[in-house]
Design a protein around this ligand. Structure first.
Ligand SMILES: [Zn+2]
Length: 198
């Protein structure tokens, strides 16, 4: 620093004023701290957090929309939104009590929550979740065990035969461990895809 100031004496006045003022306004350079890049996520299981933490991220995620009603029009507190909200507070998710739905509660599956975040955060997809543990599905549906979710809109496009995105969404989930993946072409799945784990 001293050497630097001495050198300034030989610089024309105006220039030295500029330089000195620049120097005084800038703290002495300390070694720059380079933040370590976050480890690259390559699969859903690498997304860390408890069920409540994962659910909280889903609840507030700008790319994941959770339906606050049922496709059936029935009103209860077992909607996708209610399910994730309950899980974010550490509770089990409520099941519906109409049609085939048995009522009661289910703990949401961690792999499912990780995959939901994986699709949005790592793959960058936005989507609309219509049901998780609630709603009426086939008897013994995996929904009632908290290991399935339904999606009816992806990147702004409604799920339907020949439409964009849904096949790739299904493929990625299958590759990442979902074992029951259904969509247009399967009975009862013309307008939504169903992603479930064992
Ligand atoms: Zn389903």
């Amino acid at each position: 620093m001293r050497i630097f100031i001495k050198k300034l004496k030989f610089i024309p006045l105006v220039a030295s004023l500029v330089i000195t003022s620049a120097c005084t306004s800038t703290p002495i350079a300390s070694p720059k701290v380079v933040p370590k890049p976050a480890p690259k996520i390559t699969k859903p299981s690498e997304i860390k957090g408890s069920i409540a933490q994962l659910a909280t991220r889903i609840l507030h995620h700008p790319k994941i929309k959770l339906m606050r009603g049922h496709v059936s029009g029935r009103v209860d507190t077992a909607t996708a939104y209610h399910n994730i909200s309950s899980a974010s507070r550490g509770y089990s998710a409520r099941l519906s009590s109409y049609g085939n739905a048995p009522g009661g509660y289910a703990k949401l599956d961690k792999r499912m929550l990780q995959t939901m975040l994986y699709m949005a955060d790592v793959k960058g997809w936005s989507y609309h979740v219509t049901e998780i543990a609630g709603g009426s599905h086939s008897r013994n549906s995996r929904h009632y065990r908290g290991v399935a979710f339904d999606v009816d809109r992806i990147n702004g496009v409604k799920v339907g035969y020949g439409k964009a995105y849904y096949r790739e969404f299904m493929n990625i989930c299958r590759q990442r461990g979902a074992t029951e993946v259904l969509g247009p072409g399967s009975k009862g799945h013309d307008r939504h895809i169903h992603i479930a784990w064992k």
